[in-house]
Design a protein around this ligand. Structure first.
Ligand SMILES: [Zn+2]
Length: 493
């Protein structure tokens, strides 16, 4: 009998996949610059006599015929994204539009010389190409390979791809997860919320004799999806806590406030300037007390939180009293942090919001929030609460079009098959989980709600950083997992 992919030596599979990966690494492919890699992928299929299209977004879609006798079995989509996050270590001369990724392979890992590696998601692409070239070494129904663009910067490829590529398929194996041994079965939808209010300034009253700048810093911050459940402090929430505490002792007028850098990052720094009739020594004591108690409560996550005060000259202007009060009220009312934990798994976050940015200029103050939920209903619930808070505080509230959640499907037939194949091949069950960040699968599930989807991958560490590395020992098992699953699908109709 011929060698099947399931009996091939792991080294042979690894070398084959890495050959494809090395070809990809030669082609610069940051998000929104995928024309060259798109052409490369198209050519790959043309050379093999397979039907392939490159759509107007530059997504590449190829058809792989079924093994003889399996033509009427359900169609399975294998999917990965062709773009990558390009970042370099400080001091490394790297132009992501021009320079190839230089690979370093040792016993255990593949990494890049001073830059991100692009195993996210180049290894998914390389594995699918390997499976296409070895399609006669395992039994399978019809396969469609879909390579999308721009996953890392807006998912315009997945969102734009024509529905027709998804509606005739039964199964999809998305190869964009980062831990071999995990099967991802759900992800979060998101909405970006922007509150804004026109503001007016006045000269500060001379009776407000204390003019002081207060800085909240030395916080860990973190990613608002992956790290929202880590119990870390939001610097803007601390700022509002300080403002309210000082406000209990006297009048305050806010001159400026700023904190946070991105919708999706927990703010690790905030600064504001006030004029107040509370003596400076009392303000300093309030700040020291809050710092001390937060250091104690958050000793495990943010033990080094620093709240610093600095006497400043009297500001030229301060916010009109109403503008300041409404701003502080809104910052207080907005929920920031975990909102609901998963009903299926109490260790997973189901809904959350992150007050990411507060910024102010001459005529406007803005607050920016990112909300996520693994069920669309909870996104709508959070949107309602934000709208109410905005209205009460007389802010204008704007929402981006919400991206849908990929909701866990307890009846997934593909998941059952995948659990069975993984356990047979690896001697232990995989971990099945939902994640609280976005994947392209949300978009695909929306195009075809009946499409049965899982997301899997090799183990890729430190993605989106120059320390990204691929665990080589997970490549062949992952390829065998996909091939075994395709065989199982072709038996199970
Ligand atoms: Zn990815």
């Amino acid at each position: 009998m011929n060698e099947t992919i399931l009996t091939q030596a792991d080294e042979k599979i690894l070398d084959g996949v890495l050959e494809n990966f090395a070809e990809l690494a030669k082609i610069p492919r940051p998000s929104k610059h995928e024309a060259q890699v798109g052409k490369f992928l198209q050519k790959f299929f043309v050379e093999r006599g397979l039907e392939v299209v490159r759509d107007k977004f530059n997504n590449v879609i190829a058809e792989i015929p079924a093994s003889p006798g399996k033509e009427n079995f359900p169609l399975t989509i294998l999917q990965a994204h062709m773009d990558m996050v390009c970042v370099a270590r400080d001091g490394v001369d790297f132009n992501p539009l021009r320079d190839p990724i230089k690979l370093i392979r040792d016993e255990k890992f593949l990494s890049a010389d001073g830059t991100s590696l692009g195993a996210d998601d180049g290894i998914g692409v390389a594995e699918i190409l390997y499976l296409v070239d070895n399609r006669d070494a395992f039994t399978h129904g019809k396969i469609r390979a879909i390579f999308t663009v721009d996953e890392e910067q807006g998912m315009s490829g997945a969102n734009g791809a024509d529905e027709k590529f998804f509606t005739d398929a039964s199964y999809m194996i998305n190869c964009d997860s980062e831990n071999f041994g995990e099967i991802v079965v759900g992800c979060a939808g998101t909405v970006h919320v922007t509150f804004s209010r026109e503001v007016h300034y006045v000269r500060p009253d001379t009776k407000l004799f204390t003019n002081i700048a207060i800085t909240v810093g030395n916080l860990r911050g973190g990613h608002s999806g992956e790290e929202i459940s880590c119990g870390r402090i939001n610097a803007l929430k601390v700022a509002v806590q300080i403002l309210k505490q000082i406000g209990r002792h006297g009048k305050i007028r806010l001159s400026s406030i700023a904190g946070g850098k991105a919708f999706n990052a927990i703010p690790n720094q905030a600064e504001f300037v006030i004029s107040t009739d509370v003596p400076a020594a009392d303000v300093e004591k309030i700040c020291a007390d809050i710092e001390h108690s937060l250091q104690k409560i958050f000793a495990a996550t943010d033990p080094n939180i620093k709240i610093e005060t600095r006497i400043v000259p009297r500001p030229e202007k301060v916010l009109h009293v109403k503008d300041g009060e409404f701003l502080i009220s809104l910052m207080t009312l907005i929920h920031s942090g975990v909102y609901v934990m998963s009903p299926e798994n109490h260790a997973e976050v189901f809904a959350s919001a992150n007050l990411g940015i507060v910024c102010m200029n001459d005529d406007c103050v803005e607050l920016k929030i990112l909300a996520r939920a693994n069920a669309d209903e909870l996104i709508f619930e959070l949107m309602d609460s934000f709208e109410q808070a905005g209205r009460l505080c007389q802010f204008e509230t704007k929402f981006s079009p919400p991206t849908p959640a990929w909701q866990f499907n307890a009846k997934s037939k593909l998941l059952k098959l995948a659990e069975k194949v993984f356990t047979e091949q690896n001697g232990h069950a995989p971990e099945v989980k939902t994640i609280h960040v976005g994947l392209e699968t949300s978009s695909f599930a929306k195009k075809n709600p009946a499409l049965d989807i899982i997301s899997i991958g090799t183990t890729n560490e430190n993605i989106h950083t120059p320390n990204e590395r691929l665990h080589l020992d997970t490549v062949a098992p992952h390829v065998k997992f996909i091939a075994g699953l395709l065989e199982k699908i072709a038996e199970s109709n």
